[in-house]
Design a protein around this ligand. Structure first.
Ligand code: FAD
Length: 455
């Protein structure tokens, strides 16, 4: 028998149960489909990272004397073309629980079924697949803490090894026969000046993780909120593209024990929680999880949104975060919360505008974590006390970046401030904008608008 292994956001060979399943066949075609619905809206950082990750996966297959076959177009047509060209009986995937991915997979499964080809889903990008963790009445959890407890109790399987001794099929097999299919090259998009991306691929993910286990994890609990110390793992991008599976990481944390491991596990559980919430409520990728927030009064996005996007609000920690995003495709979690709160509560712009900007630029942009990270900050999400939390960007900056190291790193205008100047409230600095709004005034305004929808 022959199979197709269709890679999507699981760009790795180790601990990949779907790949192991596919490899039970005599011939296996590793396939990636460049889907315009996902590629076209992605910004240069996301495209650049994905392309690099695909090249790394291709390099792993070259070491196995084959290639990753790449097609471009609607997966419903392209996966069927590939499967028919190599006369596959099954197409194997890791299940996708996102709103777009699950719709796409249903359509692909139907198209394949018409030709007696089966779409087989094994595993998912999560330790526990979304939808599995339920409370005593069989309902999904709405808040994080009880979810994470039940998630831990549910447990997950141990990691599995990469397959060996496989009869790989490659682009030449795809091209053969009456229905021959020509693959395309992996794109090599040019990166705009000033953008630097992390190293992509399974090997980079593993070595980053090992290094973090050895050198970073012990301080994780105490330093994770400090953007100046850059003490978090930067594993989000590797998790997003499936260059490592969370199960592998959870097994390492279990084996290691010690400081940082419990806190780190809790953060991985947030990722699983948001995927679960989005699975049950797919419409919350765009709509308010708490429907009363739809009645909130917001301002039309205009110059304020642009200033925020470009890091020119005059609030240093906000601007530093927004420039870090553009320069690296990543932003520290504490700063994500501060900039999101600023957009929604100081500039009164609906969270969807900010979430879209994040998804365009983030290399780790993940619909569930991003949209629900935004909804949490906006107050319309899973936060249990959503109404009164308004971050003060100046005091947040002073608290979590006490020496101004982070803001100076990303704002060259502030690099040479004198020792008497507070980098989080620098006053008149040539080339750096004055604050575009007054935080105290806008905080009152935000609370007044929240009060209206509470009634
Ligand atoms: P670490 O602190 O090292 O955490 C380890 C892992 O735990 C992360 O890699 C991530 O997988 C998970 N994690 C940690 N915090 C969270 C969280 N709050 N929610 C969900 N998972 C978490 N994360 C994304 O992966 N993709 C996104 O698109 C995304 N958008 C966000 C938008 C907003 C407005 C906010 C407030 C948060 C968002 N997050 C998102 C969550 C978090 O900011 C990032 O996961 C984290 O900054 C990634 O850096 P790290 O890997 O160094 O994190």
């Amino acid at each position: 028998t022959r199979t197709v292994m269709w890679f999507r956001r699981d760009l790795r060979l180790a601990d990949n149960p779907a790949l192991l399943d596919a490899c039970a066949a005599d011939g296996v075609l590793p396939l990636y489909v460049l889907d315009p619905a996902l590629w076209d809206p992605a910004g240069p950082s996301r495209r650049g990272y994905l392309a690099a990750s695909l090249r790394s996966l291709d390099a792993a297959f070259r070491q196995r004397q084959t290639r990753l076959s790449v097609l471009r177009g609607d997966p419903v047509r392209q996966v069927l073309r590939a499967a028919r060209a190599v006369r596959a009986e099954r197409v194997h995937v890791a299940a996708d629980f996102g709103p777009y991915g699950s719709r796409r997979d249903r359509a692909v499964a139907e198209a394949l079924a018409e030709h007696d080809i089966e779409l087989v889903r094994t595993g998912s990008p999560y330790a526990v697949a979304p939808g599995r963790v339920r409370n005593g009445s069989g309902d999904p959890y709405k808040v994080y803490t009880p979810f994470s407890k039940a998630w831990s109790e549910h447990g997950w399987r141990d990691p599995v090894e990469a397959p060996t001794g496989v009869g790989w099929l490659g682009p030449e097999d795809l091209a053969q026969g009456p229905q021959g299919v020509e693959g395309v090259e992996i794109p090599d998009p040019a990166l705009p000046e000033g953008l630097t991306l992390p190293e992509a691929g399974e090997r980079a993910a593993r070595s980053r993780w090992q290094e973090y286990l050895d050198e970073g994890l012990a301080d994780y609990r105490d330093h994770r909120d400090r953007p100046d110390l850059d003490a978090t793992s930067h594993m989000s991008v590797h998790l997003k593209w499936g260059e490592i599976h969370p199960r592998t990481m959870l097994a390492d944390l279990r084996d290691r024990g010690g400081p940082g491991t419990a806190t780190y596990r809790k953060e991985l559980a947030w990722r699983e929680f948001y995927a679960d919430v989005l699975h049950h409520r797919p419409e919350t990728a765009r709509e308010y999880l708490r429907p009363e927030f739809a009645a909130m009064e917001y301002d039309e996005p205009g110059a304020a949104l642009t200033a925020w996007q470009e890091g020119r609000t005059g609030y240093p920690v906000v601007d530093a975060g927004m420039r870090q995003l553009r320069a690296t495709g990543w932003m520290h979690n504490r700063v994500r919360m501060i900039v999101a709160s600023f957009l929604v509560k100081d500039l009164h712009v609906e969270w969807q505008h900010g979430a879209r900007h994040f998804m365009h630029w983030l290399v780790d942009g993940d619909l569930a974590s991003n949209q629900h990270g935004w909804q949490w900050v906006a107050g319309s999400g899973t936060d249990a006390s959503p109404y009164f939390r308004v971050f003060n960007p100046t005091t947040q900056g002073r608290k979590f970046d006490p020496d101004g190291v982070y803001v100076r790193r990303w704002l060259p205008e502030l690099a040479d401030l004198g020792p008497d100047v507070d980098p989080h409230e620098p006053g008149d600095v040539p080339g750096y904008p004055a604050p575009i709004i007054d935080h105290a005034t806008e905080r009152r305004e935000a609370l007044a608008r929240l009060e209206k929808i509470k009634q």
